[in-house]
Design a protein around this ligand. Structure first.
Ligand code: SF4
Length: 151
């Protein structure tokens, strides 16, 4: 019972880390602005410190040069913590993968575990909101709203 209450509270107050790596971060910022208003889902409190954040939204390309810093941010987040890989770059390296490439990490799951993957180049803000709903579902075991809203 207490676990259920804690899960519900966590799912409805996911605080993301203020953190963007490339173009997908623009879509993440749009999700936080008035048109898409991610605060409707309790996830608008972007924290500037990893020690205050629950979820890392990896939005953009991870260069190998940047990877140690990303890993450090993840390590500094307190448990429980979750990761959303937003966009093809975060999932697999995206359009920067070709034979012989040496600069890009081919997926953030090479650095640490990922809970939700959101495909797209870039995914739209609605897709990020769907990803947050998926993460909520993972925490509570049930979906807040139906996947397809009847017309
Ligand atoms: S997936 Fe596309 S939009 Fe997103 S960071 Fe990579 S290149 Fe940019």
């Amino acid at each position: 019972m207490l676990d259920d209450v804690l899960s519900l509270a966590r799912a409805n107050s996911l605080w993301p880390l203020t953190f963007g790596l490339a173009c997908c971060a623009i879509e993440m910022m749009a999700a936080g602005a008035s048109r898409f208003d991610i605060s409707r889902f309790g996830a608008e409190v972007f924290r500037p410190s990893p020690r205050q954040a629950d979820v890392m939204i990896v939005a953009g390309t991870i260069n190998k040069k940047m990877a140690p810093a990303v890993r450090t941010l993840y390590d500094q987040m307190l448990e429980p913590k979750w990761v959303i890989a937003m966009g093809n770059c975060a999932i697999s390296g995206g359009p920067f993968v070709f034979p012989g490439q040496y600069a890009v990490v081919e997926g953030v799951d090479k650095l640490f575990p990922v809970d939700v993957f959101i495909p797209g180049c870039p995914p739209r803000p609605e897709a990020l909101i769907e990803g947050i709903l998926k993460l909520e579902e993972k925490l509570t075991g049930k979906r807040r709203w139906p996947e397809v809203i009847p017309q």
